[in-house]
Write a protein that binds this ligand. Structure first.
Ligand SMILES: Nc1nc2c(ncn2[C@@H]2O[C@H](COP(=O)(O)OP(=O)(O)OP(=O)(O)O)[C@@H](O)[C@H]2O)c(=O)[nH]1
Ligand SMILES: [Mg+2]
Ligand SMILES: [Zn+2]
Length: 353
């Protein structure tokens, strides 16, 4: 018996990679009767490899499952962001990192078009994202690709990133057999792109080749239903100091005796965007409560596969929300002549000065 990886599905046929070969297989009838569904990314047992149509006789346990794109056993998400053209979007990157961690996957940052940046920008980005695996890559100048390929080997990776950052160029370079259109604006618009059959492409050669999903994931802009009070647990830079703050419900914003703020560099984009995302998480939380559900189901940072916790927006939550608004007022500083209601309607983008 041999083991393989499902890389494509069409109707009742599955393309399964086993060593250097790809076999077009069918599913064993008994497996089908058992109600099993094979997904792209699945590791499967193959029988009758020498036959014209090998069969999949079993599906090995999955380590993860993504609903969109529908793919099993994803190890990591490669967040591609250009350093320039378009400008590096810190908030988008932090949001994507958050979503990826929330799904229990590993975020890997690929800073593309590195031929366009100077040493200062490189140093700045490397400091901001020191906590995460990050790669500076230039497809045009053929730089950083070997290291990136090493990070992708033996793993299943899904891409994420905004338009125009160089995803297609990167995939083309990593696997010259795929030729995606470069420079085309995605005509299908946000989220409407429904590739029914996502497929995986081999990256690198030999035994340790990795697999890259051809359809981008993690492009939804709405924040996952994270309890605002838990947001800090998704920040590896906060981790060593969590639990040491004076208040045990500290959200590391303006509290006295906050061990996180005392120890991390708060003059960073990462920390600034933490505050913006905190606001968003809180807004989402309030909406879930207002949506008529008496209790908002929230997920704790331990991962969604573990027991969900039920929380109500009680006095503490409301107090926190008032504090947050006071903070916004402080942030707008010289806009202080605006009345409070106007300020509350400002979007996070507007209150950055
Ligand atoms: N300077 C520079 N430009 C690059 C590099 N990689 C890609 N580009 C350019 O960036 C533009 C967009 O590249 P694409 O690969 O189409 O970007 P994409 O992320 O696939 O864009 P969408 O398909 O719209 O999401 C093209 O004009 C590329 O030539 C690079 O390493 N350096
Ligand atoms: Mg593209
Ligand atoms: Zn704190």
């Amino acid at each position: 018996m041999s083991e393989g990886r499902v890389i494509k599905q069409e109707a009742n046929f599955y393309s399964v990679a086993h060593e250097e070969q790809v076999y077009l297989c069918t599913m064993r009838a008994t497996l089908k009767k058992g109600g099993e569904q094979i997904k792209v990314g699945d590791r499967v047992q193959l029988e009758e490899l020498e036959a014209e149509r090998p069969v999949i006789s079993d599906i090995l346990p999955r380590i993860s499952e993504l609903p969109k794109p529908a793919i099993a056993n994803v190890d990591q998400v490669l967040i591609v962001m250009s350093c320039l053209q378009p400008d590096f979007n810190f908030l988008l990157v932090d949001r994507l990192i958050l979503e990826v961690l929330y799904e229990g996957l590993t975020p890997v940052l690929c800073i593309s078009k590195s031929d366009l940046m100077d040493d200062d920008l490189k140093e700045f980005l490397a400091e901001e994202y020191a906590e995460f695996p990050h790669f500076f890559v230039s497809v045009d100048e053929d730089k950083g690709l070997k290291k990136l390929i090493k990070q992708l080997s033996d793993k299943v990776t899904v891409l994420a990133g905004a338009s125009g950052v160089g995803k297609s160029s990167l995939i083309n370079r990593l696997n010259p057999e795929i030729q995606l259109t470069v420079g085309d604006v995605n005509q299908q618009g946000n989220g409407k792109h429904t590739t029914r059959h996502v497929s995986l492409h081999r990256i690198g050669l030999g035994k340790h080749s990795g697999w890259l999903a051809d359809s981008p994931g993690f492009n939804n802009i709405k924040l996952a239903p994270i309890d605002p009070g838990d947001l800090g647990t998704f920040y590896p830079e906060f981790q060593p100091f969590l639990g040491q703050c004076a208040f045990n419900n500290c959200v590391h914003w303006h509290e006295e005796g906050c061990a996180v703020k005392e120890n991390i560099d708060t003059e960073t984009e990462r920390y600034y965007n933490y505050l913006r995302l905190y606001e968003e998480a809180e807004e989402g939380f309030r909406q879930r409560v207002d949506a008529g559900k008496e209790e908002a189901l929230t997920k704790r940072a331990v991962g969604k596969n573990q027991r969900d916790q039920v929380l109500k927006l009680g006095t503490a939550g409301r107090a926190r929300s008032r504090r947050v608004h006071r903070q916004i007022i402080e942030q707008v500083g010289n806009w202080a002549e605006l009345d409070e209601e106007d300020i509350e309607e400002l979007t996070p983008d507007e209150w950055r000065i």
